[in-house]
Every structure is written in structure tokens, then in C-alpha cells.
Design a protein. Structure first.
Ligand SMILES: Nc1ncnc2c1ncn2[C@@H]1O[C@H](COP(=O)(O)OP(=O)(O)OP(=O)(O)O)[C@@H](O)[C@H]1O
Length: 689
């Protein structure tokens, strides 16, 4: 057996043990779930002990990680004091609670990413274990001490990772996170963290791993969709969509900017000059006026009042509402009063008010042009929701389902049990009735305790009670368990208050591109949130993009920032990066690239279509030419990457918009290996410098 084979066999033994242990935990989880059911039916409740909680939590993540082709164990650290441990996508302990694998996000795993020969942090050897599922197929060692270390095999895990076969989705980098990236991932959650860096420096990867890290460090706070990641387009969110599930986390909301207004999914952008108008802060004024305007099809007279009188009435109503801080949708009572005064005290018929002062949705005020909202409309719709205020609520009907205990009489404090396994558990309390989920159509992740806790609170609130505490069975990780709560009756009015979703951390990718109106929309979503802002000023293409980071922070209504810069590129080979840097604004430092190899070819041709037909790879063309060449429009490639890029007619890309040179820079930095430039017109002057 060669040295490498011997070392692989050693690691395989450990990996086998980990998978064996996971099987045991899986079986225990199933048992616990069944036991949980019988505990709830036979009451009184006893809390799940910590061990059970650990098993249940691991089982929930395991089902996500089962699909992970690269396996659960990926690293090993040997320390100078003789200590050794393995690092994985999930923490696993043996039957005696001794760690078999440490979760990559645990503080103990940080040296795996931070140790360097200059600063080894007590690490003698860092080993990357390459697995295909449960099978160890390779090892890469890096020795960080001066000592002789036995059985050192392989080298260059990062290089191996960079040159492996890629597919159309981004894959996580959990085995090869670099030191400066790790520092950004593990930066404190509070306040605003700004992560800057050129193209391909791993900003998006860092943002996603940071989301997973935040969930690990404070699951109680951040789980149940309390972390929002915002990307520039749906193509982009689709491209990065598998990274978090691959890390065992599916509890993060991932949205394109065109999806931030509930109920609308916009994918197309407006032309630059339209986007400039829609992105301008002056739109707030325009939208406010629209919101107070007479709705189309409103009646134009009421008894003795003619159109002119009604117009005057509207101005008066707006004045009184604004003075009282009332929004248009809350103004019906004031409207009725003003009209009645103008009619010498006569009452205004409901039918008239319904048509003349109806509750409005943002979509009523800003209907889609040509049947489609654009990405640039989305912040306007969101702004309108704020301006209009909530429509007056229809009278709440008594839900057809009832908690049996709740309807059994008034008490000061009472214990309820809400089952997470939804239908099953629900039937214990409301036999024969549909679950609240079935009734309300809300989506609740049945794997998540925190969802259940809030769900329980919402149900109990709707029943006119307030949760005052989580009872003796409190179990911080009780997936699929039961949620016993203490609750007391509430005054009825409070019970009507809706329970709102609030984000507690918002991660913004490609943040350099946000217009002032987009910033206002995000600021509303992030009103209670700490933030991670990720971007590159060199890639700013929006006509109203910021010139500096402090300007963006100010637009977002935040102040204190910690800034981390990622200096090394991992996507673009140096020859391509050097060429792309010619399109970069002179005040911005070009990125050093770590990636080896790469080719660059520039060809002037007579017939673009014929030249493209001879090419392979991703063809990227100016937007107006994209359809005719069956190419990807250049406005869609932000954040993406391809092995071989065929870039068509750079001069047209530059000429198409005010920040066309930045757009070209984005396009030039998408290639992982080969860049071919085809042009009929002269190249932009910068490129021929
Ligand atoms: N530590 C790493 N190990 C392996 N691959 C890495 C590492 N860091 C980044 N990469 C790879 O480099 C490429 C670029 O990463 P990413 O898209 O996160 O960069 P970015 O800074 O967001 O780029 P852009 O600004 O162009 O959108 C990806 O293929 C990513 O997987």
C-alpha cells in the first residue's frame, strides 16, 4: 500500500464511523418523533433533554446533506499538542458525546481557514479530505510547521478546487475558504459589514457562507427566514440557489431585487434613461400625488357637487389627513366628513365612497405598462405600499378551527401544546378540523422549531391570547417535537394585530448598483436588521449608482460600518484580468488573480453572425444584438461566470448607456478560462491603450 493509500484508509475509517453514527442518530430521531406523539397524548409533558435535541437537529440537517455529493467530512487539523480533529459540514458526536466531526462554522474550526505558515495558530498540518459521498477519494496536505510530519500527501487543495469541472450552478467553497474570506464570513453579526473586492474575489461566496454562519451562531434569532439575501436578478439567484442547501441551510430567503415586492416577479430592466427617472428620489413626490389622486372611473358628481367641487374636496381631505398623519387608505372617515360638510351635513352614501375613495393597492395606482412590471417598477410599488398605508381590514371572522383548551373557558394562564408535525399534532387538539395552515394557506417549514414557536404564538394570538412563556417542555432544537406554551387572554383589539415577518439580517449582493429608490425599498426591509453589504464600485452600471460606499450607506439609512476587502481573484486568469483592467476606472485598484492559465483572443471580423457560428462557449452580446445572435444580453451576466466567453462588439456595449465602460468591465471579467472578443467596429479606445 502506498503512503497515500495508507493515509486514505485511515481517513476512510473515520468517515465510516461518522456515517455509521449518523445512521444511528437517524433511527433515534424517528423513535423520538414517535415518542413525542405519545408524550403529548398521554401528558403531562416532560422536556426533551439536550441529547434528544441534538439528535433531532442533526437529523433535520442530514436529510439536506444526504444529497451532498461531496460528502460530510472534508478536513482535518493536526495540532502541535497532539490533538487532531476532523471538520465537516455538520457537527457529529459519538455515543459518549465526544466530537467526531466539528461543524466548519464552530470557533474550533476557524484555524482550518486561518492558519498560515507565518501564523500557524498551533496547527502542524491542515488536511483536505476529498470525498465522493461517503467514499474518500483523495487527500491534500499542507504542512504549517517546521517539524517533520509523517504521511504528507497531495498538495494545493485550492488549485484542485479551482480547476475541477464546473456545472451551471455555483458550488460552495467550504473546503477552501481563504483567510481573508473567513474573516469576512465570521465578522460579528451586528451593525453593517461592508465587503468589497474586484470581480471573482469570492464576494458572493462569502455572502452566502456568512448567511450559513449567522444561522449557526444564533439559530434562535436568525432561523425561520429572518435572513434575507438580495441579488441583482432571478438568473443570478437561480445560479447561486444551491449553495445554502448544499451547506444544510434552507432557511434563508433568497430574492432578486425584482421580487422584493410581494406578489410581483419582475425580470426585465427598463432602458437606462427610464431607469434613471424611476430610480430618482423625486419619484416619492410623484407617487405621493398619484396616491391622493382621484382613481380612474370614480364618479364625477355627488348630488349638488360637480367635478370641480369634488376636486376641491379631495385637496381638503388630503390636507386634513396629512395634518393628522393619516394615509390615503385610512382616510375614508375624513373623506366622508368633508363631503358631508359640503353637503350641509347630509350623509354620504357608502356606494359613492366605495367608488370615489376606495382602498387602493399599489398595483391600482401604478398598473403594469404593457402588462408587465419591470425591475425598476418594484421599488415604486413598494414605496406606494408605504404611502397608501394598509387598506382597512375586513371584519375578522371567527376561525372555524379552535384550540380545545382555549374554548373551554377563561383562565389567567393556560398551557397549550402545538404540534410541529402539523396535521398529526393538530388533530390532537382540533379533531376533524383542517390545520391553520390549510385554512390560512401560509407556508410554515415543519422542520423548524422556531417557525413552530411563532406559529403557535400566531394561532394563540388569533384566539385572543398572548404567549407569556414557553413551558416546561422548552426545547431549543426540537424539530418535529412539540411546542408547549403558556398563554393568557388578551384584550380583543390586540388579538387582531397581524404578526409581521421582520428580517433581522439583510445581505445585499452587487450593492454598488442600487438606485436611491431601490435603497429606500431595502432600507424598509432592513429597518430592524443588521446588514452585510457586498459589492464592487468598478462594476457599477446603474445610471444612478453611487460614486462611493459612504454614499450608499447613507442611502440605506445606516451609519457605522466595518469594511473588509477581498484582494485576490479566483475566477479570472491574470492575462484576462490584465486586459479587463484597461476598462476599469483609473482610481480603482485592479485585482490580483490567483487562477493560473487562461487565454485571450481578439478578432476583427466582417461578419459577426458567421464568426459566432464557428465559436463554442457562452456568447455575450450588447442587449440590442443578443436576440439575433441567440446570445446572452450583456445586462444579464452580472455575478455569473462561464468557462469560455465569446464577447461580441464591445464598442456597442460602451455606447449603449452612460456607464457602458463599467458594463464592459463586468463582461470582460466573466471568463474562468478563455475569452474571445469578436468585433466589426473599432475597439473602444481604452482597450487599445
Ligand atoms: N476560496 C475559494 N475556493 C475555491 N473557489 C473560490 C474561492 N473563492 C472564490 N472562488 C470561486 O471564484 C469564483 C468567483 O466567486 P464569486 O462569484 O463569489 O466572486 P464575486 O466577487 O462575487 O464576483 P463578481 O463581483 O464578479 O460577481 C467562483 O467560481 C467561486 O466559486
Amino acid at each position: 500500500m502506498s503512503d497515500a493509500e495508507h493515509q486514505i484508509a485511515i481517513e476512510q475509517q473515520v468517515v465510516d464511523k461518522v456515517y455509521g453514527r449518523l445512521e444511528v442518530m437517524r433511527a433515534q430521531a424517528t423513535e423520538l418523533k414517535e415518542e413525542g406523539h405519545s408524550r403529548a397524548t398521554s401528558g403531562p409533558l416532560t422536556g426533551l433533554v439536550e441529547r434528544d435535541a441534538m439528535v433531532l437537529r442533526a437529523a433535520a440537517r442530514m436529510s439536506d446533506l444526504d444529497r451532498q455529493e461531496e460528502g460530510i467530512v472534508f478536513g482535518r487539523l493536526d495540532f502541535d499538542d497532539g490533538d487532531t480533529y476532523r471538520i465537516g459540514r455538520l457537527g457529529v458526536r459519538d455515543e459518549d458525546r465526544q466530537p467526531l466531526v466539528v461543524d466548519w462554522r464552530a470557533p474550533g474550526a476557524a484555524p482550518f481557514y486561518r492558519a498560515t505558515p507565518g501564523e500557524p495558530l498551533g496547527v502542524d498540518r491542515r488536511r483536505v479530505i476529498v470525498c465522493e459521498g461517503p467514499k474518500v477519494v483523495g487527500l491534500d496536505d499542507e504542512v504549517l510547521s517546521e517539524k517533520d510530519i509523517d504521511g504528507v500527501v497531495g498538495e494545493g487543495a485550492l488549485l484542485r478546487s479551482l480547476t475541477r469541472k464546473r456545472d451551471e450552478h455555483m458550488r460552495d467553497i467550504v473546503t477552501t475558504i481563504q483567510r481573508e474570506q473567513d474573516e469576512a464570513i465570521r465578522a460579528p453579526a451586528h451593525g453593517v459589514t461592508l465587503i468589497t473586492g474586484g470581480p471573482g474575489t469570492g464576494k458572493t461566496q462569502v455572502a452566502l457562507h456568512r448567511a450559513a454562519y449567522l444561522l449557526y451562531t444564533d439559530r434562535g434569532k436568525f432561523s425561520d427566514g429572518r435572513v434575507l439575501v438580495v441579488g441583482p436578478s432571478t438568473v443570478f439567484t437561480e445560479y447561486i440557489g444551491r449553495v445554502l442547501p448544499g451547506l444544510g441551510e434552507d432557511n434563508v430567503h433568497l430574492r432578486a431585487i425584482g421580487e422584493l415586492f410581494e406578489g410581483v416577479t419582475a425580470t426585465r430592466r427598463d432602458p437606462a434613461h427610464v431607469a434613471r427617472t424611476k430610480g430618482d428620489l423625486r419619484m416619492v413626490r410623484v407617487l405621493t400625488d398619484l396616491a391622493w389622486d382621484t382613481p380612474p372611473n370614480a364618479p364625477d358628481h355627488l348630488r349638488t357637487l360637480k367635478a370641480d367641487d369634488l376636486a376641491k374636496a379631495r385637496l381638503e381631505i388630503r390636507k386634513r389627513c396629512e395634518a393628522a398623519g393619516v394615509k390615503p387608505n385610512g382616510g375614508r372617515t375624513i373623506a366622508a366628513k368633508v363631503l358631508s360638510e359640503m353637503l350641509d351635513g347630509r350623509e354620504v352614501p357608502d356606494a359613492f365612497l366605495n367608488a370615489w375613495w376606495p382602498p387602493l393597492t399599489p398595483q391600482d395606482v401604478l398598473p403594469a405598462q404593457n402588462g408587465e412590471w419591470t425591475v425598476d417598477d418594484v421599488p415604486l410599488l413598494d414605496e406606494l405600499a408605504e404611502i397608501l398605508g394598509k387598506p382597512e381590514k375586513p371584519k375578522t371572522t371567527v376561525p372555524e378551527w379552535k384550540l380545545r383548551e382555549l374554548s373551554s373557558g377563561a383562565r389567567l394562564a393556560e398551557t397549550f401544546v402545538v404540534s410541529l408535525s402539523l396535521n398529526d399534532g393538530w388533530q390532537l387538539f382540533a379533531p376533524g378540523l383542517a390545520t391553520p395552515i390549510a385554512v390560512s394557506g401560509q407556508f410554515i417549514d415543519s422542520n423548524d422549531y422556531w417557525a413552530a414557536q411563532r406559529w403557535a404564538a400566531a394561532i394563540i394570538l388569533r384566539e385572543g391570547h398572548k404567549v407569556t412563556g414557553w413551558n416546561d417542555g422548552f426545547d431549543p432544537y426540537g424539530e418535529e417535537g412539540y411546542v408547549p406554551v403558556l398563554a393568557e387572554p388578551l384584550p380583543v383589539a390586540e388579538a387582531d394585530e397581524p404578526v409581521e415577518d421582520v428580517y433581522l439580517h439583510v445581505i445585499l449582493d452587487e450593492a454598488q448598483d442600487l438606485s436611491p429608490m431601490e435603497c429606500r425599498m431595502i432600507a424598509r426591509h432592513a429597518a430592524h436588521a443588521s446588514m452585510t453589504i457586498v459589492g464592487d464600485l468598478g462594476q457599477a452600471t446603474h445610471a444612478l449608482a453611487v460614486e462611493s460606499w459612504p454614499e450608499l450607506i447613507q442611502r440605506l439609512g445606516k451609519r457605522e460600518v466595518r469594511t473588509l476587502d477581498l484582494p485576490t481573484g479566483y475566477r479570472v486568469p491574470q492575462v484576462i484580468a490584465d486586459f479587463a483592467a484597461r476598462a476599469l476606472a483609473p482610481e480603482i485598484e485592479p485585482t490580483r488573480s490567483f487562477r493560473p492559465g487562461g487565454t485571450l483572443e481578439i478578432r476583427q471580423v466582417d461578419d459577426l453572425a458567421a464568426a459566432i457560428a464557428q465559436e463554442s462557449g457562452a456568447v455575450v452580446a450588447p442587449d440590442h444584438l443578443a436576440a439575433s445572435f441567440n446570445a446572452i444580453p450583456v445586462s444579464q451576466v452580472k455575478g455569473l461566470e462561464y468557462d469560455r466567453v465569446v464577447l461580441v462588439e464591445p464598442a456597442d456595449i460602451v455606447a449603449a448607456e452612460p456607464r457602458g465602460m463599467n458594463r464592459l468591465y463586468v463582461a470582460l471579467t466573466r471568463a474562468v478560462a478563455e475569452l474571445v472578443i469578436l468585433h466589426t467596429k473599432p475597439l473602444p479606445a481604452n482597450l487599445t491603450r
